[in-house]
Design a protein around this ligand. Structure first.
Ligand code: NAD
Length: 253
């Protein structure tokens, strides 16, 4: 992979989980990295665990907050070459459809989908100037569902569609792609109060065609490649990183 020599990246939701692993991977590859997150405690822990990260308090669902964080990152680095839109509220929301409140629906759409629009909007000028790249993090739940996941699934389906819309609007200067993770065990990459390293069961791993549950590093590796010059002919796409689960045919015996 081409070394990015002085390039700068902004990773939203970078204080925990997949975002934190991605920030660590990009920093190890030589990127200057800013993480933007709305969890102050997690931001402080991430900053002390990974020296050199620029930690920015930011709620991606609020336009003024996004504009401020992007400004701070661009001022600190003097440029912006990559945006990773990873921030998101995970998991099911609000129980059955009949009791899902509009407020809970809007909260998920706000952080998971509107946040991607806002950060792309406010980073666009910087990214055009550097011929940079965006990677959005959606989910395999954009493609398939369990009951009672309407808000989350809709937000992630929106991220996949927004990805190809942005690729058309920001090209040819900026490439825009999407990664859809399956089950990724992020518990060890969370702040202390949310950390959990209890082993998963053998059945959890065995149900995956690759024989194991995913790791944050699996997603970070795909993101790192999509941001690199090696992916220069790739834009507008959604890449599923799920150990084969969405390709597995399931019949109950
Ligand atoms: N872990 C999985 O199995 C999985 C699977 C598919 C998709 N994803 C997606 O990957 C992304 C990361 O998930 P994770 O599992 O690492 O979760 P996580 O909860 O460990 O980390 C998410 C981070 O985003 C931050 N965040 C949430 N809302 C925010 C907001 N409005 N503004 C700023 N920061 C905000 C949180 O504070 C947290 O630090 C999410 O978009 C999630 O939907 C995760």
């Amino acid at each position: 992979m081409n070394p990015p020599a002085g390039k700068a990246a902004l990773v939203t939701g970078g204080a925990q989980g997949i975002g934190r692993a991605t920030a660590a991977r990009l920093a190890a590859d030589g990127w200057r990295v800013a993480i933007a997150d709305n969890d102050a405690e997690a931001l402080a822990e991430a900053r002390s665990a990974h020296a050199g990260l620029l930690a920015l308090a930011c709620d991606v669902s609020e336009e003024a907050s996004v504009a401020g964080a992007v400004r701070e990152a661009a001022q600190a680095f003097g440029r912006l070459d990559a945006l990773v839109n990873n921030a998101g509220i995970t998991g099911a929301a609000g129980g059955p459809l009949e009791s899902l409140t509009l407020a809970e629906w809007n909260r998920r759409i706000g952080s998971n989908l509107t946040g991607v629009f806002l950060t792309a909007k406010h980073c666009a000028a910087q990214l055009r100037a550097t011929r940079g790249a965006i990677v959005n993090v959606a989910s395999t739940r954009a493609l398939q569902s369990e009951p009672h996941t309407e808000a989350y699934s809709a937000s992630k389906g929106g991220v996949v569609a927004l990805t190809h819309a942005l690729a058309m609007s920001l090209g040819p200067e900026v490439r825009v792609n999407c990664v859809s993770p399956g089950w990724i065990d992020v518990r060890a990459w969370r702040k202390g109060a949310r950390r959990d390293v209890a082993p998963l069961s053998a059945a959890d791993h065995a149900q995956h065609p690759v024989g194991r549950v995913g790791r944050p590093e699996d997603v970070a590796a795909m993101i790192a490649w999509l941001l690199s010059d090696e992916a220069g002919f790739v834009t507008g796409q959604n890449f599923v990183v799920d150990g084969g689960m969405t390709r597995k045919m399931i019949y109950v015996e």
